[in-house]
Design a binder for this molecule. Structure first.
Ligand code: BGC
Length: 615
């Protein structure tokens, strides 16, 4: 398929533009992005002078006088399928092929999960401690009586081993976004798989803490690259109505990876001396699947069209949708691709903070950062060593498996609900559930550890239940939705840079929490859980006040911008740019309805405008 692309690119591009000129659908859409059609006609778009998308003014728009009508149209044009309702004309539905493509690419998420889930259990293994952390080892085998459970594992280098992967993941996020944009989603997935293979090898063969940490950094490069590219890739191959569900796959894969790691640790704890090497090295298996995926999966249609590989892009889209009738969606992707192709990588970053994008950027990055302040990775990284510290039983790794199991099941619950209930209700419910369970965990630990040095079985079970309720709340809400939103709210020109910003924010905070939590636990004791509860309260209010519902929107569209442009707070931030977004959308909607023959009236002006353009 690759081969045919470049040869016919030129011809196809010409055809595509010609087709665009013939199709009223394309005309309306072309107006939005100020495509070459308009540039060649050397006339301005009706949106000329209206900001980043339409600044080639030279002839006054015939619509200037129609603005009040347009404003009315804009105000009334919201629908479930987006402001213009065009997504209702997307014919392709969910196919087995899309599902397989998404599943294979989601192994990137599985590796992410595996590398998060594996550390806590490995750190709790005596053979690992004896080899790399000889200061902790005596404390760990001394039993509960001799050590303060809150400080038993407090060690900066141990925390560094857990957390450093996220720092290198954050560092790679910007180049990874650039690579996904320039070299394609497939090549980036392949690169990510190679980093995972190398990192797993370095860790499994480590003979010094330095090698272990270098291996963890290399894994971080793989994790960061996968997190930038896989959710974007999945949302680009997914049909719009199932996009939330498919993008959830990344999280399903992540939680499955965490559980797999916890099971692996549970089994390997019985292998003396080299059990930890097996745990760390097993990441190589899904890494091979990701590398294979990078070689055989189809490239994303959005990327292909952005590169001007029109025929190939359309063929892939038809294959993914299981039908040849993909015109409406193809037209939207073409428009977005043309607009995006005119934007340099640097401009893609600049556009992230331009007024018309700012609310989406602020929301997606702050939700990503706040996700870590739920305290999830304090639990996922450190549950095994916390249970090892607080209980006398040897069930620490089993408890981790239970927590991991709840995480997977909860993610499936979210999968069933995300496109039905939407993102907002799940985030709000999840936030409240996490808040209450963190408070309960703090109270249980506080009351038990006022006097005793280890929890009795009943209290340990109660703490485990609270932690499971917390993880369940996270798993159907903040866990997946942050990644779903990150991949969907940006337009094609800012999508990879937007995702890089999301990954950067999330990983930086993961690093901070991973590096700080054991110190926090040692100094703040059970108040550490109350600290996270406070953040959960803040996050819930934040979502309530600022996040509009984004479910079931067409991806290559300005539907998201329109949502934010109507939001009482964000419309102030967007200012004039927000009004222009709504006006443009109204014109597109009008062009489409006219093309459908369902509306006349104002739109005769639009026809005149096309006449003036000679289309
Ligand atoms: C988060 C990870 C977390 C995982 C737990 C992901 O969404 O980004 O940091 O460990 O969920 O399931």
């Amino acid at each position: 398929m690759n081969g045919m692309a470049e040869e016919d690119a030129g011809a196809e591009a010409a055809n595509s533009d010609a087709a665009a000129a013939r199709s009223p659908w394309h005309k309306g859409a072309a107006l939005l992005h100020g495509t070459p059609l308009l540039a060649r006609a050397s006339l301005s778009s009706p949106f000329a002078g209206s900001g980043p998308l339409g600044s080639r003014a030279s002839v006054k728009s015939p619509f200037a006088a129609a603005t009040p009508k347009v404003a009315k149209l804009a105000a009334s044009s919201s629908s479930r399928a987006g402001p213009s309702g065009r997504a209702a004309h997307y014919t392709g539905r969910m196919t087995i092929y899309v599902l397989v493509v998404a599943l294979v690419s989601a192994t990137g998420g599985m590796l992410f999960g595996f590398d998060i889930g594996i550390v806590g259990g490995v750190e709790a293994m005596a053979s690992f401690q004896a080899e790399f952390f000889p200061e902790i080892y005596p404390r760990s085998i001394a039993g509960q009586k001799d050590s303060d459970p809150y400080c038993k594992y407090h060690d900066t280098r141990l925390q560094l081993f857990s957390a450093i992967m996220f720092l290198s993941g954050a560092v790679i996020a910007v180049p990874a976004g650039y690579a996904a944009r320039s070299f394609g989603r497939k090549a980036s997935m392949l690169g990510s798989g190679c980093f995972f293979l190398l990192g797993a090898g370095l860790q499994a063969g480590a003979h010094s803490l330095t090698q272990l940490i270098i291996g963890r950094c290399v894994l971080g490069f793989g994790v960061g690259t996968a997190a930038c590219v896989v959710p974007v890739y999945i949302s680009e191959v997914a049909p719009y109505a199932s996009r939330g569900g498919l993008a959830y796959l990344f999280q399903v894969a992540t939680t499955t990876g965490i559980l797999a790691a916890q099971l692996v640790n549970y089994g390997n704890q019985y292998i003396p001396v080299w059990g930890w090497r097996l745990s760390l090295g097993l990441a190589a298996m899904p890494a091979c699947v990701l590398c294979l995926g990078g070689l055989v999966l189809p490239e994303s249609p959005s990327y292909l069209l952005e590169q001007g590989r029109w025929a190939e892009g359309k063929a892939v889209l038809q294959m993914l949708r299981g039908t040849d009738e993909v015109d409406a969606e193809y037209a939207d992707i073409c428009d977005a691709a043309r607009a995006s192709a005119r934007v340099s990588a640097l401009d893609s970053w600049r556009n992230l903070v331009a007024r018309h994008n700012l609310p989406m950027t602020i929301m997606s990055t702050s939700l990503a950062a706040l996700q870590q302040l739920t305290g999830i990775n304090a639990i996922i990284f450190y549950a095994p060593i916390m249970f090892d510290s607080f209980t006398v039983s040897s069930a620490a790794l089993l408890n981790a498996v239970i927590i991991g199991g709840v995480n997977v099941v909860g993610t499936f619950v979210g999968l069933a609900l995300v496109d039905k209930w939407g993102r907002r209700p799940l985030l709000l419910e999840g936030g409240i559930q996490m808040l209450l369970s963190q408070v309960a965990t703090g109270i249980i630990l506080g009351s038990a550890h006022g006097t005793a040095t280890s929890l009795d079985t009943g209290t340990a079970a109660a703490a485990l239940v609270c932690i499971c309720i917390f993880v369940a709340g996270f798993s159907w809400s903040w866990g997946p939705i942050v990644w779903v939103l990150g991949a969907e709210v940006q337009t094609l020109d800012t999508r990879t840079s937007g995702m890089s910003a999301v990954v950067f924010a999330n990983y930086l905070l993961s690093f901070v929490i991973g590096q700080a939590f054991l110190s926090m636990l040692c100094s703040m004791r059970y108040y550490a859980f109350i600290f996270f509860a406070g953040w959960n309260l803040f996050m819930t209010v934040f979502v309530f006040a600022l996040l509009p519902e984004t479910k079931a929107m067409p991806l290559e569209d300005t539907a998201y911008a329109c949502l934010f442009a109507r939001h009482p707070v964000w419309k102030r931030v967007m200012g004039k740019a927000g009004k222009q977004v709504l006006e443009r959308e109204a014109f597109r909607a009008a062009a489409w309805r006219q093309a459908q023959g369902t509306e006349g009236g104002d739109l005769r002006d639009l026809a005149k405008y096309y006449e003036a353009l000679g289309l």
